[in-house]
Ligand binder design. Structure first.
Ligand SMILES: C[S@@+](CC[C@H](N)C(=O)[O-])C[C@H]1O[C@@H](n2cnc3c(N)ncnc32)[C@H](O)[C@@H]1O
Length: 252
């Protein structure tokens, strides 16, 4: 603690940032939400504004008569923001965490599409919306919005570069896949070296999260684990029942 620094200031510096306040919206998801609002609400000709950005100040944003705020705000202050907009008569449709969608205010509508959004920081958040564009509706499901969000993410997913690595490169996601399928895989430090990228990637790309470069023996064992995983993923193992065992006993 620096001399003269108040304890509260000191503690504040180390307060972990709330990752859900930094959940940046994939553009395709935003476009899906905006298109849905356009189809379902009368906002023809209105200016759409997004006052939530780093260093932004939504309370002093230069709103104009008729603006509609369609944006993803810091989740931790959604209630405060909706109360502010309601008091100022600003129309809004805001992303909000699913579990707290009823908290903001009684004059809001909870729009629940039943979709999870993978935000740009990687956080997967079950996401709903709060709005004052639906009159006296307290809450509504929105299956078509959910579908539009899922489809937008699937499209975005397909457009991401797909990298395939040799069996000698082990990433954390590979281990995660093994665990999900109940496959055991262990590699010793003497058989692996941490790498950030392959020579072939040059400056164009790198291994997301880094990886372990495996020895020949560790790579062979990794192939075994890959095979086991593939088998467990595709095969449903049906056991023999008493009937079959009784038949088997009668067979030569
Ligand atoms: C969940 S992020 C979403 C950012 C962007 N609107 C989007 O949809 O990707 C919320 C943003 O609001 C910013 N923010 C925090 N407090 C704010 C405030 N009082 N006024 C405006 N923006 C604020 C944060 O810095 C962060 O960039």
């Amino acid at each position: 603690m620096a001399r003269g620094e108040a304890y509260e200031e000191f503690v504040e510096k180390f307060r972990p940032t709330k990752t859900t306040d930094d959940c940046y919206t994939p553009p395709a998801v935003y476009d899906a939400a905006l298109a849905w609002v356009r189809r379902n609400c009368d906002i023809e000709g209105a200016r759409i504004v997004r006052p939530f950005y780093p260093g932004g100040d939504y309370e002093n944003y230069p709103y104009r008569e008729g603006d509609v705020v369609i944006d993803n705000p810091p989740f931790s202050i959604v209630s405060k923001i909706t109360l502010f907009y309601l008091s100022k008569g600003v129309r809004f449709f805001l992303f909000a965490p699913h579990l707290t969608v009823f908290s903001p205010a009684r004059e809001c509508t909870a729009v629940v599409p039943g979709a999870s959004v993978t935000y740009e920081n990687g956080a997967v958040v079950r996401t709903s919306f709060v709005s004052n564009l639906f009159g006296d509706v307290a809450a509504m499901s929105a299956p078509d919005l959910g579908q539009a969000i899922e489809e937008a993410q699937a499209r975005e997913d397909r457009s991401l570069p797909r990298y395939v690595y040799p069996v000698h490169v082990l990433r954390a996601c590979d281990l995660g896949r093994f665990s999900k399928c109940g496959v055991r895989y262990v590699v010793r430090r003497s058989s692996a070296q941490h790498i950030a990228r392959l020579e072939s990637q040059g400056k164009r790309a790198s291994i997301y999260g880094g990886g372990l470069l495996l020895s020949a023996a560790a790579a062979a064992d990794r192939e075994r684990a890959d095979r086991e995983r593939a088998e467990r993923q595709t095969a449903t193992a049906w056991p023999l029942g008493e009937t079959e065992w009784n038949i088997i006993k009668t067979l030569e």
